[in-house]
Design a protein around this ligand. Structure first.
Ligand SMILES: Cc1cc2nc3c(=O)[nH]c(=O)nc-3n(C[C@H](O)[C@H](O)[C@H](O)COP(=O)(O)OP(=O)(O)OC[C@H]3O[C@@H](n4cnc5c(N)ncnc54)[C@H](O)[C@@H]3O)c2cc1C
Length: 416
């Protein structure tokens, strides 16, 4: 459904990008997403699954490399264009948009060398058949929130251990341990951006970031996890058993780790919020269409003022959420390497607000559809389940609020 955009300065290129993404989301992503949602995880990612057809089409059109500059083979979009296209894709599917975008952006933002870019980023950008897939592995079975709590006291607490550690051995690092069952694309990935502990005296802040191929001896993967929502996103563990990686594949060492992770979260958190906006809009559209057709009490639902109120409530939350997610993403994207200017609290506000909005809007959409809303005949029950996962993705909203609240309490009023 066509959606108004408050931004007065959209160029004809911005609008063309949005329309192309909207068509792809409607014609390709949504139908595949609905099919995958009904399959078991084993079926959903088997060789004959429509997932692979989707990946081929998405890669062919370059939707896997939206944030990359032209020098690396990306489209060189502006931050606003990235945000606009991502929201459209997530209208088609939150899970598939995440699957396409959980890759190597960090290798660039976090100081990957020219060699890393040549070895990983450029082949990824050149890939047109969906076969080059990345994952970002940071959380562990016993350390989920802890691993993401940058700037919070527990992040630097040396008594809090880690389950995945890298030890220096000559010119190599030897990695042992495991990452959680939630690693997006984990079971499918052929390259890994790994964040794991190197210097335990610094707690989780003593981590490092590696990038390497996922076929190294000693790496194994879990099975795709069965979940309530985002079932079209393959998630699973990654195990490391004496995996030997050259020191050349360490892109961030412990001294810079916390700052690099913060830089990463400044970008990814508002992006998760943006994807949640796309998902919420999908539910809003379904509710609006249904309310225009269904007749109760002698008139269409849309003519009942309480339904209008509910739709308006959905609309205003959605608009507010979209604006903060867009502003936080565009702002933080503009200063990825300048810690003075980065504003993680806005990224955290955007993620928590965007995802909470998605939960509320998808729930309201179910209410408008009444009994039909909870059946598999209509898409809103899937949107609601997908929305539920967004409150945990990239850090649980509860924990993000604790860490964000601590930051605001310590540093505000803040002037740049
Ligand atoms: C859709 C999705 C995609 C994901 N993708 C990835 C990925 O690509 N890579 C990856 O590594 N991980 C990924 N994750 C994992 C995700 O980041 C973690 O699930 C999340 O950080 C929470 O960790 P946890 O599940 O271990 O919960 P826990 O850390 O055990 O937290 C459970 C609850 O305890 C409370 N809590 C925890 N710590 C605190 C605290 N310090 N203060 C107050 N309350 C607290 C909160 O209420 C929290 O919700 C993904 C998760 C989802 C749902």
């Amino acid at each position: 459904m066509d959606y108004f955009d408050l931004n007065l300065n959209l160029s004809s290129e911005d609008i063309a990008l949005r329309e192309a993404a909207s068509k792809f989301a409607r014609e390709v992503m949504r139908p595949v997403s609905v099919k995958l949602d009904k399959m078991t995880p084993d079926e959903a990612y088997a060789a004959e699954s429509p997932f692979w057809d989707f990946m081929r089409k998405a890669y062919e059109l370059g939707y896997h490399k939206l944030p990359y500059p032209e020098d690396f083979g990306g489209p060189g979009l502006t931050p606003l264009q990235i945000q606009i296209v991502m929201e459209e894709l997530a209208w088609g599917s939150f899970g598939l948009t995440l699957a396409l975008n959980t890759s190597l952006d960090a290798a660039v933002a976090m100081g990957g060398t020219e060699d890393h870019i040549k070895e990983f980023t450029i082949p990824y950008c050149k890939c047109t058949d969906g076969g080059y897939i990345g994952c970002w592995a940071i959380t562990e079975p016993d350390h989920g929130s802890d691993t993401l709590a940058v700037g919070y006291p527990c992040f630097r607490d040396p008594s809090i251990g880690a389950q995945c550690r890298a030890r220096r051995d000559g010119n190599d690092y030897v990695i042992n341990g495991q990452k959680s069952a939630w690693v997006s694309n984990g079971p499918l990935a052929n390259h890994i951006l790994l964040m794991c502990q190197i210097d335990s005296s610094m707690g989780h802040a003593g981590g490092g970031i590696f990038i390497f191929n996922a076929d190294l001896p000693g790496i194994s993967k879990g099975k795709p996890v069965d979940k309530v929502g985002a079932r079209d996103l393959c998630q699973g563990e990654v195990f490391f058993d004496n995996v030997r990686v050259s020191k050349d594949y360490l892109i961030v060492a412990p001294d810079n780790y916390e700052a690099a992770l913060e830089a990463h979260l400044c970008i990814t958190l508002p992006m998760v919020g943006t994807w949640a906006n796309g998902l919420a809009r999908a539910a809003f559209d379904e509710a609006l269409t249904y309310a225009r057709e269904r007749v109760q009490g002698g008139k269409r639902l849309i003519e009942h003022s309480s339904v209008q109120n509910k739709l308006f409530d959905m609309f205003r939350k959605l608009e507010a959420s979209r604006q903060i997610c867009r502003a936080a993403f565009v702002y933080n994207w503009s200063f990825p390497t300048n810690p003075e200017k980065r504003l993680i609290e806005y990224a955290m506000a955007a993620k928590t607000f965007g995802t909470q909005t998605a939960l509320e809007v998808t729930s309201d959409a179910i209410q408008i559809l009444g009994g039909n809303g909870i059946t598999k005949e209509y898409a809103v029950e899937k949107f609601f389940r997908d929305a539920r996962t967004t409150l945990i993705c990239d850090g649980s909203n509860d924990t993000i609020s604790v860490v964000g609240g601590n930051k605001v309490a310590r540093t505000y009023p803040r002037r740049l």
